[in-house]
Design a protein around this ligand. Structure first.
Ligand code: FAD
Length: 456
């Protein structure tokens, strides 16, 4: 007998319940990945993620080959391709991780229909993409938690399954063939500082960081200059690492750093259960609060300055340039540039979220859209009217200005915290800097936001 394992956002061999179930149910398996042109057509084919995906697939294929198998890659509409493969190999079952987004759910529906017509069954597996399945814990009277802290409390009390070991052998029918794997080298316009993708690189990154950064995570994670966070987000986005395995390993490691890291991983699950219950929040306000965002037409110049890192607010510009260079940005930087766009420039959060999705290697419809909404005040933040002042934030999280000087070379000669307010420099020094004046008077921006808020 043969079973198909459809890989999606779970590009790994360790802790992979669908693969384990398929290997138990059948003599041979077809590890399948489908490059669906629908994803590109929907505008979600960002170069950085395509390159990282190519690495993930190459690594998965190499790991399968070490176990006597290989990855079968096909391109085309996913349901059609899976149906064709199931027919070719006579598979009775297709195993895959249960999805959360609207796209993933629609894909499951289509697959179920196509497979039923062929006499085969789709088996979806929960808690592969998240630690706890969306909907597994709910508050009284609702289908999801809309506040993080009570969710975290319940989430922490869940009994977690043991991670599954990577299989020793993966027998694949000799007759099954795929297309050549996509190559990172063929992807144009990727960020120069993009990390290498894949399960092997992700596991190494976690183990190195566990030894060097985990213990201090609780005190260091907000330091922009320190850059001490795990940088595991792209591996988690593609499922090259299992979030459940990370929680188990961090909990076994112990200490306050590990506790803070596990709490951060819970944010990922929290957003997944919100999105599962309210899939429209990828585009619509989760809690409509404002009706007059500035749009692309109203704010074209401000939006361009923000994207290009030319707002005249050094910490904002540093962050936006880091995004361009690395396809990644520190969480504190994401918070403050998103607050600046939505609450100081008063631009629609969807415009910022779209730009992040175009650039981020970890760009994720769940985490990105819901974090943008959190910052914009239309999401799950219990203090939706807080505004992050970029000067205060810069001084607090980059007190010596190292982060700014790393990314904004025009300000490299400005010492320490003075770098956060170049407009306060003596006029002759200021005039010699090839750096823009502030795009907006902060007090004016805040007044605009307060005024809009007052109308709600
Ligand atoms: P660490 O601090 O080491 O945290 C460990 C892991 O916990 C992360 O890899 C991530 O998987 C998870 N995590 C941490 N914070 C959050 C959070 N607030 N929400 C959800 N998961 C979290 N994260 C994405 O993975 N994809 C996105 O597209 C994304 N867009 C964001 C947009 C905005 C405006 C903001 C404010 C945050 C966004 N985040 C996103 C969340 C967070 O900024 C990143 O997960 C984090 O910066 C990744 O770096 P790290 O792996 O070093 O994180």
């Amino acid at each position: 007998t043969v079973a198909v394992v459809l890989f999606t956002s779970d590009l790994r061999l360790h802790d992979h319940p669908p693969l384990r179930a398929a290997l138990r149910a059948a003599d041979e398996v077809v590890p399948l990945f489908v490059l669906d042109p629908g994803i590109g057509a929907a505008g979600f084919e960002a170069p950085n993620r395509c390159a990282f995906l190519a690495d993930c697939l190459a690594d998965l294929d190499a790991s399968l080959r070490e176990r006597g198998g290989r990855l079968v890659v096909r391109s085309g509409p996913v349901a059609q391709q899976v149906g064709a493969i199931a027919a070719e190999c006579g598979a009775g079952e297709v195993h895959m991780a249960a999805g959360v987004t609207r796209y993933a759910r629609r894909r499951e529906e289509l697959l179920r229909t196509v497979l039923r017509e062929r006499g085969a069954t789709l088996r979806t597996h929960d808690a592969v993409i998240t630690v706890v399945a969306p909907g597994a814990v709910t508050p009284a009277g609702s289908d999801h938690y809309s506040v993080f802290t009570p969710y975290f409390r319940r989430w922490s009390q869940q009994r977690l399954r043991d991670p599954c070991r990577a299989p020793r052998t993966v027998p694949v029918p000799v007759t099954m063939h795929g297309e050549p794997l996509p190559s990172r080298d063929a992807v144009p316009r990727i960020s120069p500082g993009l990390p290498a993708g894949g399960e092997s690189a992700g596991r190494k990154r976690f183990h190195d960081w566990e030894a060097s950064g985990l213990d201090a995570y609780d005190v260091q994670h907000d330091s922009l200059a320190g850059d001490m966070t795990s940088r595991l987000s792209p591996y988690l986005h593609f499922g090259a690492l299992s979030p459940l395995e990370l929680v188990r390993e961090a909990s076994a490691h112990g200490g306050t750093g590990a506790e803070a890291f596990v709490r951060q991983l819970c944010w990922r699950d929290f957003h997944h259960q919100v999105m599962a219950a309210r899939p429209a929040s990828s585009v619509e306000d989760y809690r409509p609060r404002h009706d007059r965002w500035r749009t692309q037409d109203d704010a074209a110049e401000d939006i361009t300055a923000w994207k290009e890192g030319a707002t005249g607010f050094p910490v904002v510009d540093a962050a936006m340039r880091q995004l361009r260079h690395e396809g990644w940005m520190h969480n504190r930087a994401r918070l403050l540039v998103a607050s600046f766009l939505t609450k100081t420039l008063y631009v629609d959060w969807r415009i910022g979220a779209r730009y992040f999705l175009d650039r981020l290697v970890d760009g994720d419809i769940v985490n990105n859209q819901l974090n943008w909404q959190w910052v914009a005040g239309t999401g799950t933040d219990t203090r939706p009217h807080r505004v992050l002042n970029p000067v205060v934030q810069g001084k607090r999280f980059d007190p010596r200005g190292e982060y700014v000087r790393r990314w904004v070379p025009e300000l490299r000669e400005i010492p320490d915290g003075a770098v956060h307010e170049p407009w306060r420099l003596p006029a002759d020094r200021r005039a010699r800097l090839d750096y823009p004046d502030p795009l907006i008077d902060l007090a004016e921006g805040l007044a605009r936001f307060k005024h809009a808020r007052g109308r709600i």
